[in-house]
Ligand binder design. Structure first.
Ligand code: UDP
Length: 372
């Protein structure tokens, strides 16, 4: 007889939320992870008293009250608001694109002047935008595209802007107000004490085994449960039999600096093409430079972020949702649907550029289907 109702492969957000819901529905769950720690890519680790976002900056934001209430059961969120700064060859600009950005770029002072400038520059795009370059120019004009979008995007994706889908840039707001809040979200913040603690709370009372590779021990592990929830890469699950899906990977160069303040902000994006890193994260500013007792921290930890094409052995981070990969994923999805007793979920399982709130929503929805 199966010992568990569900074996959840991967303890990132999708896996942790699904496992939590399964347990709440009275199911027996085992969560495994090939890493030696839980929390997938939201994992945070304490260094010099600072919660370091080990797999890249994660800023929680959502417009959905249900999701906000859900995460607040497992963590207390601070009032962090993401306001990255762009560094273009030493010139600093506010992000996302707003009145501070337009003032610095063009010297315009009023919203009317900014709107007129954008209007004049977007005229070069006549038809509906077909790719990221056209979409960007039609949103904010060529000057901003050249200085704040082109270099950053091409470094991040390793592809020309005219070969990338338009939707990527639609993630960024454009505002004619003095508002540096990067996200258009009603709710935003960072879990106090780090994401690992939040995921640990979600997994409370659930059996978790780390350092176990599912695919290497599949036959044996499958015997343990009635159903599998797989949050790894879908093409890897199928042994790449239809071909490899492309991912972008990220490498981090972490440094502990013996000074209290390196860049004065959590995120600085390097938007020129020549600087090899895409951004530098200074982790302490996610929690206002203080430890949990409200004391200033004497040192700082920074991470330079380098984007690269994924190759076997690297961590996959971003699915490349262009036409070629989307078509291939659709084929894998058909294969997945023909499998019995397995659910594919999350950024890698669904090959989707999910934000954290969307991945949680997806896991909650799947849970509803499963347990109702
Ligand atoms: N982007 C940009 N310049 C910036 C920041 C973002 O052009 O300074 C564009 C770029 O195309 C990028 C997209 O916005 O791929 C999404 O960026 P974001 O930082 O939101 O991605 P994340 O890595 O946080 O998911």
């Amino acid at each position: 007889m199966d010992k568990y109702n569900y074996l959840v492969v991967g303890s990132g957000l999708y896996g942790a939320v699904f496992a939590q819901q399964a347990k709440a529905a009275g199911k027996k769950v085992l969560v495994i992870d090939k890493r030696h720690n839980i929390a997938g890519n939201v994992y945070t680790e304490k260094v010099e008293g600072i919660n370091v976002h080990k797999y890249g900056a994660h800023i929680f934001h959502t417009n959905t009250k249900e999701i906000w209430d859900y995460v607040n059961q497992y963590a207390k969120f601070n009032r962090f608001t993401n306001s990255p700064v762009a560094n273009y060859k030493g010139e600093l600009y506010s992000l996302p694109f707003n009145m501070y950005t337009f003032n610095k770029m063009w010297g315009v002072v009023t919203p009317e002047e900014a709107a007129a400038k954008i209007e004049e520059q977007r005229k070069e795009i006549i038809d509906a935008p077909q790719n990221l370059e056209e979409q960007a120019i039609s949103l904010v004009g060529r000057d901003i595209y050249e200085k704040l979008i082109k270099g950053y995007t091409e470094k991040q994706w390793g592809r020309e802007c005219c070969e990338l889908p338009a939707f990527i840039i639609k993630r960024l707001p454009v505002r004619l107000t003095f508002d540096n809040n990067y996200f258009n979200a009603l709710y935003q913040g960072i879990p106090v004490g780090g994401y690992t603690k939040m995921v640990k709370n979600m997994l409370e009372g659930i059996e978790v085994r780390t350092g176990i590779d599912y695919l290497e021990n599949k036959a044996e592990l499958d015997k343990l449960a009635e159903k599998i929830v797989y949050t790894g890469a879908i093409d890897v699950y199928f042994g790449y039999k239809l071909g490899t899906l492309e991912y972008r990977s990220v490498k981090f160069e972490n440094e502990i600096l013996d000074k209290p303040n390196f860049q004065g902000n959590a995120a600085v994006n390097y938007t020129d093409r020549e600087t090899p890193w895409t951004r530098i994260i200074e982790h302490k500013w996610f929690e206002f430079g203080k430890d949990e007792n409200g004391n200033d921290l004497p040192k700082t930890v920074i991470s330079r972020e380098y984007s690269s094409e994924w190759k076997p052995g690297d961590e996959p981070y971003y699915p490349v949702n262009d036409e070629k990969n989307s078509t291939l994923y659709a084929e894998y999805k058909k294969l997945a649907e023909s499998e019995n007793n397995i659910i594919f979920g999350g950024r890698l399982g669904e090959y989707k550029y999910y934000d954290m709130d969307a991945v949680i929503a997806s896991a909650l929805e799947m849970s509803k289907k499963e347990f109702n």
